[in-house]
Each structure stands twice: as structure tokens, then as C-alpha cells.
Design a protein around this ligand. Sequence first.
Ligand code: ADP
Ligand code: MG
Length: 585
Amino acid sequence: MRGEQELRSILGRIDGRGYAAYRELTGSFRLGALELAVDHVQPDPFAPPSRVRLRVPMDDARFDPALWRERVRRIALEDLLARALAREIARRPRGAGEGKSGVVSVDSGGQEVLERSAVAVRPDSVEARLSLGLPAEGRRVLGWEAGKLLCDELRHLARIALRASALAPGEAEAFVACVEDQEHLREQLRGAGLVAFLADGAVLPRESGASERPLAAGALALCAPDALRVELPLADRRGAPRTARGLGIPEGVTLVVGGGYHGKSTLLRALERGVYPHVPGDGREGVVTRGDAVTIRAEDGRRVERVDLSGFIGRLPGGRVAGAFTSDDASGSTSQAANIVEALEAGSRLLLLDEDTSATNFMVRDARMQALVPKEREPITPFVDRVRELAGLGVSTVLVMGGSGDYLDAADTVIEMRAFQPHAVTEAAREVARAHPTGRTTERAAPFALPEPRVPLPGSLDASKGRRELRIAVHGRELLEFGVEKIELRGVPQLVDASQTRAVGQLLEVARRRFIDGKAGLAEILDALDALLDERGLDALGPESERGPRHPGDFARPRRYEIAAALNRLRSVRVASGPSRERIS
Ligand code: ADP
Ligand code: MG
């Protein structure tokens, strides 16, 4: 391996030459104890930045094995180190030069702690994956600046962010323990018959509609009502056993009611994000939701491919049957029904719905409307007539519904949000349901059945564009370009990080190449992708290379439900459904 002398002498030699001369840097250098791998050199100062990896031997980084031996703890430590690096990078002045000259970045996360490719902690080393702009004046190499960046600054960054002694005393322990506690709580939910837990003292409201940071001023901390308060053990560590007390949301049908502006949607959004652990200080680090929770919204305009909506939608005008419903422009109600059936197909058994983002005609049809528009002319079986059946099939629902009392009969648990605090009002709701019958008739014709597997067809996914064999790009969290197709992910709120979206794009391509064979059902394909990520981590999504390991790209791990959501929204995808199913061409 080349050393620092060689790196500096290359830079001296190419100083002032055309930018392409930087390509000589490709490969590895030893800088003292540190190893710098230059994996990709940008073609010009305005192109996407160069990719490097910085490797610190564990002998030098010295993180206690207790912080990384177990998977959950390692992911938390990696996440913390990416944040520490980003913090130090933000502090440094940017070097001279044009375009992206001197810019250094690491893909660190937001409020959620996710498995990501930015930092890899291994028994023998800590490796950070960085992007940086090699310095240029005009389109010429700035050799001296590059030397300062690659040798001095990166070494400095590694020293102040990637070593145990660089962090504040106890910082890593506290961060890792906080994440471990959250995962420990999540693991206990099923055994305790719960779908979610919100610790007393949790702060749910956010700074603004555009920020996931906690509301700083005037936030009321959560206090569980006695009737729903549970106590769960926290992760086992040295010392006395510890527990967390708070609101336990039971399996079955849970209704969240309350006046407008009393905190209902804020509660549901905390549950939606509670499928991921949060950083200490977020306010939601005591909020954990079962990992299979999927937020269901109306999402008109989306593509739907042969989804069996017959549980919710009957014969449509024009004689279409909803047994294998296909649309390039689904309506509010059909898109919401499709979102439910697809979530179930991907394996979710916990649905989160908010009246604010639901199609009214999908949620309820009251007695008066039943009288005016007879069932023969209304194809929709509203959710209220299916939610108990779903519970019978093991599918729990948490539903925010302040506007219709028709759900009171269907609920196992009713929580009223009153001035931002939850109150248990199940008994009162039962009384009301008895005293004020809805007068409506139940509308389901046939029993609801969990969906049959659909089989994605080879040839219906294509990531190529023009002469490029593979073109996958993301624009923020919500838009994924896959070949010539644009996948809209606005309706998929549990995709929380653009690096997850990036990973989803690569995973669709892996699925296309390896698992979509015209025989495997979608759930099996998701199993295979999960197994691949469990086994090889996100690095498996990086470019293949004979030269050994490389900067894999900036990825964070998505859940199977969001991978499925992207596939289901890819407009080119075609599926075959089970032979017993009705077919529409
Ligand atoms: P609802 O869905 O019941 O109409 P929201 O959940 O949208 O109400 O909340 C209304 C407003 O109150 C939001 O701006 C939200 O940030 C704020 N809010 C919610 N919970 C709290 C809380 N615990 N403390 C302070 N403000 C809160
Ligand atoms: Mg609301």
C-alpha cells in the first residue's frame, strides 16, 4: 500500500494539471495508523463528489466490544459515529476552490436511528464512508489544497470523531443503551398483547410540519391514563432491574377520538414513526410500535396492479369487478383499499389510519346515505364493516376518528385525546353505542379474506434508461427514478430517509435480477431481500468490484413494507395472480 509520502508526491506532480489527473489517486494509502481508500474520483469539480473510505484500526479507535458485539448495539454505535462525523464536518471551514472543491460529507441520519452504510464498525476496524470534492481551480488540480484535505483534515476528522476517546464521556454508552431499550421494548409488545407503547413523559409534537425535531416550547409530556397504563422491563444491564411505565395500546381495534386540535394526529404520527428507534432527546424515544405497522392513506392517482379489492369494493360502474383491480389513476377509496390489501400481502398485521388522510366514503356510510343510495348502487363496503373481521384474522387497527361515531361499536379500546393527553373512555363509548344505535345496516356481502399472493412478472421492471444499463436516482425521500419510471412515494410516510429510498431503488434492481422469476410471490421476494440484507448488510447494494471492498453508496435500510410500496407504485410492474382469481385484462 502507498504511504503519505507517495500521496503528497502524486499531488505535487499533478498540481495545476487537468482535473482528470486526480484519477491517479484511485486506490489506498496508509496515513499513519489510518487507511484512506479513494474508490471513486469525480470526473470534474462540478460532478457528484468523489467517494473515499477512512479506516481506523480498532486498536486505535478503542471502542469497548460491549458497544458493538451485538447487532442492535452495533447499528446504534455506527449511527452515532456518522452523527459525530457530520457534527465535526459542519464545524470545519470549507477549503478553497471551485464547484464542490473541499466539500466533505457523510450520510448521517435524522431523528430515527437506522441501519446505514455510512459507518461500519467491525471487530478490527471502524470505517467511515465519505463523499468529498477534490479541490480545483478552474478545471485544474489544486494539489496543495488536496494534500491538506486528504492528509491533514481527514486525519483530524478521524481523530476527533471515530475514536472512543473523542466522544464525550459516556456519550456512546448512553446512545447505544437508549436504542437498545427501545428495541427491547418493541420485542416485548407481542408477548404483552400490545401493538404499541408510549412511555410516560414522551414528547410527541414536532417543531413544525416541516421538521421532525421536538417541539421546544409548550409541549405537554404524555401521561398514560391508569386504565391503560402498563409497565414493561427495560434491557437487562448491570445494576437493579429497570422498567418503563406508560400507555399500552392493546391488540384489536383501537379508536382515537377527541376534539379537533387535541393531539390525535400527533399521537398517530408518533406511532407511525415508532417502528424505528429515535435518538436520545427526540421525545419519542419511549414510543415503540410493532415493526409491522403500516400507515394507510388515501392516495388518489396512484397505480394499482391486479390487487384483489373485493373485500372493500364490489361491482364498479361499467361492469368492472374489483377482484383483480387495475388502475393507472386510482380514486381515493380504491387507492386506500389497495394500500390495505398490499400491506397485508407484504405481511403487516397492524394498520394505522387517520381520518385526516382517509377517503370519507371508504371509512363510513351512515344510515341516511344507506337509505338514499341503496347498496346496489354503492360498490364500497366501508372499512367500518371490515375492521372487526380484520381483528378476527389477527389484523389490529389504530384509527383516529373524531368525526364519526359509527366506529364506537367496532372498537375494543377507545382513547380520547383531551388537551393533548390520552384518556381511557372505552366504557363511556360502549354506553353511547348502546344508547344511540347507528341505525345502519352492515354492508359486507362475503367474508373478508387475506390476500392471495401476486407474482410479479419478469420483464416488467427495467432500470435502464437510454444507453445507461442502470439508472436509479432519488430526489429527496419521496421520488425515486427507476429507469425511465418515476415512483411517487408521498403516500408512504414510513419511508423516512432519502437513503432508504436510495436503497429501495437498488433493492428493486436486485429483486429484478435475482428473485423476480415469474414464480415467486411478492412476499417471498421480500423475504429474500430481507435475508440478503440480514446476511450481507447494506454493503450488498454497492457496486460489485474485483478490487475488493468499495464505498457502497449512501444507504439506509428500508422495511419490507416500503420496498413493497415502491414496487406496487412502479407503473410498469405487471403481476399474475392466483389462477382461482378473476382476471381483468
Ligand atoms: P388533531 O388531530 O386532534 O386535530 P393534532 O394532532 O393535529 O390535532 O394537533 C394539533 C396541534 O397541537 C399541532 O400543532 C400539534 O403540534 C400540537 N400538539 C399536539 N400534541 C401536543 C402536546 N402534547 N403538547 C403541545 N402541543 C401539542
Ligand atoms: Mg388530526
